[in-house]
Structures are given as structure tokens and as C-alpha cells.
Design a protein around this ligand. Structure first.
Ligand SMILES: [Cu+2]
Length: 154
């Protein structure tokens, strides 16, 4: 077998499957997040970075009417946090860990979205980078505003 044929064979056997797998994984991870936030919100940007690190694409949309945004997406006062994000049809309110968003997108339950009400100090975007989320609850909420625990961080 000459060198050119060998190279072509190696390409077919090795590179093509690797490329195919790579393209599939990037496609499934490159989910776009539209994040509404107040322009001056620092922890919102930190949460966006946390999501990007997990493979999401995050578009930051500064708004000065966040109360109206939350009303539009069914986030009541008791469920509210700083930023309101839309991911693949779901509402993600506040400092919800990326792992919970990924789990949500995989199982696709019939809910409006997830929220971490308030500003939990030990959540991604609030705490130092690389720390584990602790000491708060991520809630799942429906179109009536009814919420239940989705993930408890001890
Ligand atoms: Cu925040």
C-alpha cells in the first residue's frame, strides 16, 4: 500500500468517526441561553460564565424592566431572583447550577422551569469559582406558580 492510500485509509477509519462524534456532542451541548438581567448585575454575569464553562452559549440581554420580564415568564415574587434565562423553552430563574439545567433538558418534564429564589450565597455565580453548590434548594415550578424541590443542596 502506498503512502497516499494509507493516509486515506487512516482518515476514513479514524478521523471521520472522531469528527462525527465531535459534531454530535457539540450540537447537543451548544444549547443557547437567553439571559435577561439588569445591566449592573455582577453575579448574573458570573452565572453566565458558569453556564458557558458547562458548554452553553449565553446571550446576555440587559433590561431595565426585569419585573415585567419575570411577569411575562410566570416568575412570581416569591420565586424571583436576579436574572431570568430562557433555555430551550424553559425558564431558568437565578443561580441554578448548570447540571440541573442539563438534567432538565434531558428529561423534559411538563414544568415552566427551575428557580433558585433570592440570591443563595453558596450557588454558582455567587460563590467563588469551582466551589460546590450548598445550602439551598432549586425549585421546579409550573404555570400556576406552584413550586416543589427539584434539587436540594445540603
Ligand atoms: Cu444573582
Amino acid at each position: 500500500m502506498n503512502q497516499l492510500k494509507k493516509t486515506k485509509l487512516v482518515f476514513k477509519l479514524l478521523i471521520v468517526p472522531i469528527l462525527a462524534v465531535f459534531m454530535l456532542t457539540t450540537e447537543s451541548v451548544a444549547t443557547e441561553v437567553m439571559m435577561y438581567k439588569n445591566e449592573n448585575c455582577g453575579c448574573c454575569g458570573s452565572w453566565a460564565k458558569h453556564m458557558r464553562d458547562a458548554g452553553f452559549t449565553v446571550k446576555e440581554l440587559p433590561r431595565d424592566d426585569m419585573a415585567a420580564v419575570k411577569r411575562k415568564y410566570g416568575v412570581s415574587d416569591s420565586l424571583a431572583s436576579c436574572h431570568t434565562a430562557i433555555v430551550d423553552g424553559y425558564v431558568i430563574e437565578g443561580h441554578v447550577p448548570a447540571s440541573d439545567v442539563l438534567r432538565l433538558l434531558k428529561s423534559r418534564p411538563k414544568i415552566v422551569g427551575l428557580t433558585a429564589p433570592g440570591m443563595p450565597m453558596q450557588s454558582p455565580g455567587m460563590q467563588a469559582e469551582g466551589q460546590k453548590p450548598r445550602n439551598y434548594d432549586v425549585l421546579a415550578f409550573d404555570q400556576h406558580g406552584k413550586a416543589k424541590v427539584y434539587h436540594r443542596y445540603e
